[in-house]
Structures are given as structure tokens and as C-alpha cells.
Ligand binder design. Structure first.
Ligand SMILES: [Zn+2]
Length: 414
């Protein structure tokens, strides 16, 4: 009897379950198209308004802006609208930018002493802005500072070092940098240095990291300084992943998938490996790194600058680029930027991607519809068009980078 009752109950449950499934399916079949219709029904105007709202209400962090270098060449007050460059407070506010990781860019041909003098002057430059305008700018040494500054409507200017050259062979200099607020170090730039091999240099002296580079990785782990592998050779990245206890970041790198053969971007294998170690890839907006045609044409421009000894930011350099750009594609667009973001999402997941624009470091190579730091809503608009939720977009705008940064600090403290 008990068994019979059990069977009867099972049958009832079975019938109920099937009925529930049928009703749910009917509801879903009815509702899903409605959702799609709802999304499709949103006009571009409405999506753009939503994009601006998302940028206004959420924390936006850009992990690589070269404004200090631009400032050294063309000193202008960044608290006001500047005439040159891609970054200032006015445009940052329009774009909703809250944390501009400010790069101390070190040219590879300097010696250690010269590079340290440059580091000192850039740190002073950034600090001066936070001292002169305490109601506009603030330092930030960790994610908590960034969040606090966001609440107080202050633009965070965390300091980063692009090129480990100033470290010389003195490991204690890393602590000095950390104490002065440096939050990440790009191991090298366009030349192989004492730490590691550069992907722009045919001289691959170390086949990855040097013996001193291994010490640097360990010390950066201990101090909680983020290891940035943008500009590194594939071997350098693999070895950094192997020897670092903490996740690593690519502060301004895009996907090789769209630019085959360009080691400056990251292969799918490296993207997956960085994500597997819980790191993050911050997509570079420089047109040259976004598609093959721009890569080829911008490559021609760079060669021209190099062989004629002309700075790409000089008037002559800009004029030549404009003229050349009339007949050759040198500008990409927001759709291609989001293609890179989506590619990383497709192969690694939504938790491993962000934006490291390289504004003020890309000469005339900004995408046509993303000219400067007022442009983040245009990227968000494209993400909305492709159906990404606000929650996903928040991860891309800052959540992913801050998660990784927190973990690096945690590992240093443990
Ligand atoms: Zn760079």
C-alpha cells in the first residue's frame, strides 16, 4: 500500500512536473520574443541616452592614459579644456571617466639616471594637480581610494610606470616607486631592457625574463605592484604567468585575432592563460592595433616619422598624417573596439576584459568616433546595441580591473 501510495504520489508529481514544464515553456516562448522585440524597439537615441546614464552613474576606469607625456611636450592646464591631446577634466566629465591611470612613459634610449629624473618630474606633475585642485583631482593607491574618490566626485590619477628601465639593477627602487604611489609597471617598452624582452625589438636577449626580471616579478608580488605585460614578447608573458604568484594585467593590449602576426597584441592562447590566472586584458583603442588595414597604413606612417626624424605629435607630423589619411584608412571605429572586447568575452569570459585606451599615446590613430576621453559612452552604446546588460558593462568599465587589483594587493599582504 505504502509502495502503491508512493507510486501514485510519484505519478502525480510527474504529471505536475510535466504540466509545470509545459506552462513554463509556453510562457518563455511567449515572453522571449517580447524581450527581443523590446530590445529591438529601442531607438538609437534611447540607447545612447541609456549609455550616457550608465557612464554617469557607474565608475569608469581607463588603465592607460599618457597625458603626463603629452603635458611635458605641450604644457596646458588639464583642469580646463586643452587645445592639444586627448585628455582633460572637461572631456573626462563628459565621458564619465573617474579613474585615469596616468602613465610615466620612459623612452627606451634613456639611461637609468635620466629615466629616474623623468620619473621624479612626472610624479611631481601629477601630485601638483592633486595639490592645486584638491576639489577636482586625487591620488589613488588602491581600489578603495578609487571608490572613495568616485563618491566624492574627484577624478583619480593613479600613477603607473611604462617601462621598468628606471629600476636599473636596484631591486630596492621598486619599494621607492610603490611608496610614491606607482600601482603598476609595464615591464618594458619598445626595446628589450634589463628585465625582459620587448615585442617591438628583434633583440630577444633573455628569451623572456632576465634573471633580474625574475627577482623583479617576485618583488612586485611582495609589494602588491601590478605586473603589466603590454609590450612584452609572448615568452615574457608566459614566464610572467609562470613565476608570478599574483594575476597579471595587460594595461593596453588588443587581440591578435584581428591583426595576425602582430605580437604587440595578444594571441587567443595568451588571453586564455591570463584569464586562467584571474588577470585582465584592457583593450587598446589605437586604430593601428584594431585591424590589419590600419595596422599596415599606420605602420607606414611610423616608418615615415622614424626615417625623417619627425615627431608624430609635431605640427609637421600631424599634417602629414592628415594628408596621408585622406587616401589611406588610418582610423578604426567603436564597432571594431567592441569586436575586440567581444572576442575576449567569447574566448575567456565577461570577467577578464576592460578598457586601456592609450589616449595621448597613439598620435593621430584614435578611432574616428572615439577621439578622446569624452568617448566612453560611444563604446557603451555599441555594447548596449549588442545586448550587453548594465551589469556586464559595469564589469568592463571598471569592475574587472578593480577585482584583479584587489587580489594582487591581497596576495601581497598574505
Ligand atoms: Zn604603450
Amino acid at each position: 500500500m505504502k509502495i502503491l501510495n508512493g507510486r501514485i504520489r510519484s505519478k502525480r508529481e510527474h504529471i505536475l512536473r510535466i504540466t509545470f514544464l509545459i506552462i513554463t515553456s509556453i510562457l518563455l516562448i511567449g515572453v522571449l520574443p517580447l524581450c527581443k522585440i523590446k530590445l529591438k524597439d529601442k531607438s538609437d537615441d534611447e540607447l545612447l541616452k541609456t549609455a550616457f546614464k550608465i557612464c554617469e552613474n557607474n565608475l569608469i576606469l581607463d588603465s592607460h592614459i599618457d597625458w603626463p607625456d603629452k603635458h611635458l611636450q605641450f604644457p596646458e592646464d588639464i583642469s580646463m579644456r586643452t587645445t592639444k591631446g586627448d585628455f582633460d577634466l572637461v572631456r573626462a566629465k563628459i565621458g564619465g571617466l573617474n579613474a585615469a591611470l596616468s602613465v610615466a612613459y620612459i623612452k627606451s634610449d634613456l639611461d637609468v639616471n635620466e629615466s629616474r629624473v623623468l620619473v621624479d618630474s612626472i610624479i611631481e606633475l601629477i601630485n601638483n594637480y592633486t595639490i592645486i585642485y584638491p576639489d577636482k583631482f586625487a591620488q589613488a593607491k588602491n581600489p578603495n581610494d578609487i571608490k572613495e574618490n568616485f563618491k566624492n566626485n574627484l577624478l583619480s590619477l593613479p600613477l603607473c610606470l611604462e617601462n621598468g628601465l628606471p629600476v636599473g639593477n636596484d631591486i630596492s627602487y621598486l619599494k621607492n616607486l610603490k611608496d610614491r604611489g606607482v600601482v603598476y609597471i609595464t615591464l618594458n617598452h619598445d626595446k628589450t631592457n634589463q628585465i625582459s624582452d620587448s615585442n617591438f625589438d628583434e633583440n630577444r636577449k633573455w628569451n623572456g625574463l632576465s634573471p633580474f626580471g625574475l627577482e623583479v616579478i617576485k618583488e612586485m608580488n611582495r609589494l602588491g605592484i601590478m605586473i603589466d605585460i603590454s609590450h612584452s614578447t609572448d615568452s615574457t608573458v608566459f614566464q610572467s604567468l609562470r613565476y608570478s604568484e599574483a594575476p597579471i594585467i595587460a594595461s593596453h593590449s588588443s587581440c591578435c585575432h584581428f591583426t595576425p602576426g602582430l605580437e604587440r597584441n595578444l594571441s587567443d592562447t595568451l588571453i586564455k592563460a591570463i584569464a586562467n590566472k584571474n588577470g585582465v586584458i584592457m583593450v587598446n583603442l589605437c586604430s593601428m592595433f584594431l585591424d590589419s588595414t590600419c595596422m599596415k597604413n599606420c605602420g607606414y606612417l611610423l616608418n615615415w616619422y622614424h626615417s625623417n626624424g619627425i615627431d608624430m605629435d609635431s605640427e609637421e607630423g600631424i599634417e602629414f598624417a592628415l594628408k596621408y589619411g585622406e587616401t589611406h584608412q588610418i582610423k578604426s571605429n567603436s564597432e571594431q573596439v567592441v569586436n575586440h572586447i567581444e572576442h575576449i568575452i567569447k574566448i575567456a569570459g565577461i570577467d577578464y576584459v576592460g578598457i586601456g585606451s592609450d589616449y595621448d599615446g597613439m598620435g593621430p590613430s584614435q578611432p574616428i568616433d572615439l577621439p578622446d576621453v569624452s568617448s566612453y559612452p560611444t563604446i557603451v552604446f555599441e555594447l548596449l546595441k549588442r545586448g550587453y546588460s548594465e551589469n556586464d558593462i559595469k564589469k568592463i568599465l571598471s569592475g574587472n580591473f578593480l577585482r584583479v587589483w584587489n587580489q594582487i594587493i591581497e596576495i601581497a599582504g598574505s
